[in-house]
Design a binder for this molecule. Structure first.
Ligand code: UTP
Length: 476
């Protein structure tokens, strides 16, 4: 008889009580090391939470109920009047003051598996700069350098990873010397993982001694910030506002003073940027109100009648699309993460999950064979007081890299960067030769450390005496 491993009996009992004893089916073949690994993984499973999730999402398949009486959410539109422009200027000033006082910091969520893009390595290491080849992480780092310089503050950068890519991300940052940011100001932290189950609710083994895990969704950032000590780190630094963005959007301004100003001015717990939907069925969530609370309803959940409803002037009623850019107040995240139970609901996602068959041979399924449990950060919105929704111009701030081809690809993102930067150059008085179809004849790219907007670009082109683009141009 092999010697009993630590906790084996208790863990076996918990697994059996939860109807998951099949995870021990290769126990007899496992060497001591494998047994330890399996037990360590099972010790991490919250069987109580898992049982509830299986009951809700597998046994009874009760999808989360759509909030009742949905109305379009109000938002602050892009300024068109003098009054709106001067309000925006005031908000910018407030945001800049908060940035200079070191009260805001960027946080990128980069724990996803990026399966659709199919890039080997963390998505942040994907080269996206159309001329420079800068990676997504580098572009954000350059924008943070620009903000540190502009506001004279030592702004830390929080990067959420997951077990799936934490080491690779840290290695990448290390290999690039943290893009010359102070080492102590680049803080990686890991989100939680959830075990995946098959379509009958049984834990999936990805190897004989290994459960199949997946990151707990971008909403996992809320509990990870608390669990990993990042909230305490922020508190010690005096950071009150967390500027949240996703790793896949090269256009995002990691710290937007106008947005920070609006958020702080409204005493908002959680603020969001929105873009007008391009079409009723565009695959982005819609900002809605229900019972006075703000919600993002996923495109797949928004009833057709609402998605297609139009105002008398022809505009979509539910036009406010969520682009996954938020500001979270630190105090709000503290509140959400204080309870024993996680405040955000889990959603069910059917996926193809590599696993093993009855004989322990690896299988790469062709069709979805299992369920991952994920939380979404926007599910915190109904709990937020005074939430602000701010309209942005998507051509300026949003072009995600999601897929290898078709929509939201590296090609579309590079093209959007090109069009934006070419337009900025023209507004700054630089001639950009264009083809008859409007496409610039040359590639142009502006590093955010060189200029983050047209005003900064005007100063730069004046200093460098740039009048015309005559070949591919990278302004750094
Ligand atoms: P996506 O929903 O695009 O998922 O994430 P993904 O995992 O990156 O990509 P696919 O679906 O496998 O192709 C949106 C953002 O949320 C982050 C991602 O890193 C990305 O910045 N995210 C997602 C996390 O940080 N953790 C998660 O568990 C899920």
């Amino acid at each position: 008889m092999p010697q009993e491993l630590p906790d084996e009996r208790a863990i076996r009992r918990r697994a059996a009580d939860a109807g998951q004893e099949h995870v021990f089916r290769f126990w007899g073949d496992l060497p001591e090391e494998g047994r330890r690994r399996l037990l360590a993984q099972l010790a991490e499973v919250d069987f109580e939470e898992l049982a509830e999730l299986i009951d809700q999402h597998v046994t009874h398949r009760r999808p989360p109920e759509l909030p009742p009486d949905l109305e379009p959410a109000p938002f602050i539109p892009l300024p068109t009047t003098d009054a709106e422009r001067s309000r925006r200027a005031r908000m910018r000033q407030l945001g800049e003051e908060l940035l200079a006082a070191g009260k805001a910091a960027p946080m990128v969520v980069a724990g996803g598996q990026g399966t659709r893009l199919g890039f080997e390595g963390p998505k942040g290491a994907f080269p996206i700069g159309p001329v420079s080849g800068l990676t997504l992480f580098e572009i954000f780092a350059e924008a943070i350098h620009a903000a540190r310089r502009a506001y004279g503050a030592s702004i830390p950068w929080y990067i959420m990873t997951s077990r799936a890519n934490d080491l690779a991300t840290r290695d990448f940052l290390e290999a690039h010397n943290y893009f010359d940011l102070p080492r102590a100001d680049v803080k990686c932290f890991m989100q939680g993982m959830m075990p995946a189950v098959d379509l009958e609710g049984k834990l999936i083994l990805s190897a004989r001694d290994q459960l199949a895990w997946s990151p707990d969704g971008h909403g996992g950032s809320i509990r990870a910030l608390a669990r990993t000590g990042m909230l305490a780190d922020m508190a010690a630094r005096g950071i009150e506002h967390i500027s949240y963005f996703q790793v896949d959007n090269p256009l995002v301004p990691p710290l937007d003073p106008v947005f920070i100003g609006h958020h702080a001015d409204a005493a908002s717990d959680m603020s969001s940027k929105m873009a007008r939907k391009r079409e009723p069925k565009e695959r982005i969530g819609a900002f809605c109100l229900s019972g006075g609370r703000l919600h993002v309803i996923e495109y797949s959940d928004l009833p057709d009648a609402l998605a297609e409803a139009r105002d008398p002037d022809g505009r979509l009623r539910f036009e406010a699309g969520s682009i996954a850019i938020h500001i979270l107040s630190r105090a709000f995240v503290e509140r959400l993460s204080a309870g024993r139970r996680f405040a955000l609901p889990f959603h069910r996602a059917e996926k193809r999950i590599p696993c093993i068959d009855d004989r322990g041979r690896p299988v790469n399924p062709a069709r979805p064979n299992g369920i991952k449990f994920e939380t979404f950060v926007f599910d915190a919105l109904p709990m937020a007081e005074n939430p602000v929704v701010l309209e942005i111009d998507r051509a300026v701030e949003f072009s995600p890299v999601k897929n290898a081809d078709a929509q939201d690809t590296p090609t579309t993102a590079r093209h959007d960067m090109l069009m934006l930067h070419a337009g900025w150059l023209e507004k700054a008085g630089v001639a950009v030769p264009r083809r008859p179809d409007g496409e610039p004849r040359f590639w142009v790219e502006i590093n955010p450390r060189a200029a983050r907007n047209v005003e900064e670009l005007k100063a730069l082109v004046a200093r460098r005496g740039i009048r015309k683009v005559t070949r591919d141009l990278y302004l750094a």
